[in-house]
Design a protein around this ligand. Structure first.
Ligand SMILES: [Zn+2]
Length: 75
């Protein structure tokens, strides 16, 4: 019996590679600081449309919608 929901697949937003649990994925230093917008959707690995604005950036996945730098800062 398996009620456990597998972790959703995750993708490195900067490289588009599948994230494997337990394996560190290189994230560019600027990206780790939130200065660099992600280029790939974390949820599906699709390439996103990225727009940099004076106060941040947003990136849009055709499937999962817009990811906003402001929203990330609230986490
Ligand atoms: Zn997506």
């Amino acid at each position: 019996m398996s009620n456990v929901v597998d972790m959703d697949e995750r993708y490195n937003p900067f490289t588009g590679k599948r994230i494997v649990p337990g394996v560190d994925d290189a994230v560019p230093a600027a990206a780790a600081l939130g200065l660099e917008p992600p280029r790939f959707c974390e949820e599906c690995g699709r390439r996103m449309i990225v727009q940099v604005s004076p106060d941040g950036w947003w990136a849009k996945c055709s499937r999962h919608g817009v990811l906003d730098s402001k929203r990330l800062e609230h986490r």
